[in-house]
Design a protein around this ligand. Structure first.
Ligand code: RIB
Ligand code: CA
Length: 325
């Protein structure tokens, strides 16, 4: 499938903050595979697994792709207020259950994630797109500690939240649930992309979209044996699909995080609506819920573009095309 970069336009410069994690790893691979994206740095956060593992996993994926030139900087090892609760039950203790463990050939940057983001935004000649596919702990630091650089953020695209049901509790999606206090800070700083810039343009790719972005065993088999990258993804899917089949009885595994990158590659894939979104930070029952005003009943101004649908077939075609040689 040809790139969607219009002739004469330069690739979109992206910094990806993540907690690899099977779907984060696939998102990184998609970003590197598509010529319309220039992945300039990766920062890591604790979420799916501990910071040590998420950082090693990001380094490992970049190694596999021959992109050890892309720096990885480690961020926060725990949420702002709550204790860290991981998703090791889903991703394995290492965070990349499935493929045989591999030690990365290099280590992370000496810079922290926040220092790396500050350096990238300071040195940029044009605004940078931030993508966050883990808990928003590092992004809340960007909001609070880099206000002088917010104008150099083209937009922030997050995987997180849901208009309706959660996936980690009945009310909350995992990334928001892990660090609701950070998410609250980020959403309060958000504004609708393309509208009046009253904050950081924010797009929320939530479960209504990502739960339609699933891959199956058949997709794993299609990738198996197509080279090192395809084999690696097939082994990731063997575990990830198996978990979702056993735990939820689903046919496949949602590749949540890859949708953020696919949305940047082709903005026609995901349908979004401007909404006011607020984060529950106190309720014992509903902490981490993204309270999305889908029908504008509060009169509160929209602070994000919220995904409500995806062209599933075109997403799967794009993903498999970019992951195959
Ligand atoms: O709820 C889905 C999110 O939680 C994704 O980012 C996935 O990596 C898991 O961590
Ligand atoms: Ca993630």
């Amino acid at each position: 499938m040809p790139s969607t970069t219009a002739p004469g336009t330069s690739p979109r410069r992206v910094l990806h903050d993540c907690d690899p994690g099977h779907d984060d790893a696939i998102a990184i691979m998609l970003a590197i595979a598509d010529p319309s994206i220039d992945l300039i740095a990766v920062t890591t956060v604790a979420g799916n697994v501990t910071l040590e593992h998420t950082t090693n996993n990001a380094l490992r994926v970049l190694d596999l792709l021959g992109r050890g030139d892309i720096p990885v900087a480690a961020g926060r090892a725990a949420p702002r207020v709550r204790d860290l609760s991981t998703a090791a039950v889903m991703h394995g203790e290492s965070g990349l259950a499935g493929p045989l463990p591999v030690t990365p050939s290099s280590g992370p940057s000496e810079l922290t994630a926040l220092e790396m983001i500050e350096q990238v935004l300071t040195e940029a000649t044009e605004p940078i797109t931030l993508v966050a596919t883990g808990p928003l702990t590092n992004m809340a630091d960007v909001v609070e500690q880099l206000p002088h650089l917010h104008h150099m953020i083209r937009e922030l695209v997050i995987m997180g939240g849901a208009v309706e049901l959660g996936n980690w509790t009945p009310a909350a999606e995992f990334n928001i649930w892990v660090d609701p206090d950070a998410a609250d800070i980020v959403f309060r700083a958000g504004c609708v992309p393309g509208g009046e810039r009253t904050g950081i343009p924010l797009t929320m790719i939530g479960l209504e979209v990502t739960h339609r972005a699933w891959l199956t065993d058949e997709h794993a088999d299609a990738l198996r044996g197509t080279g090192d990258v395809g084999q690696f993804v097939a082994e990731l899917l063997d575990h990830f699909v198996g978990f979702h089949q056993d735990r939820f009885g689903w046919e496949g595994a949602p590749i949540h995080d890859a949708v953020t990158i696919a949305h940047l590659i082709d903005p026609t894939l995901v349908t979004t609506l401007p909404m006011n979104v607020q984060v529950e930070t106190e309720s014992a029952l509903c902490i981490g819920r993204t309270v999305a005003d889908r029908w504008s009943v509060t009169g509160q101004p929209a602070n994000a573009a919220v995904g409500i649908d995806i062209d599933r077939n075109r997403f799967v075609t794009m993903l498999l095309d970019r992951l195959s040689p």
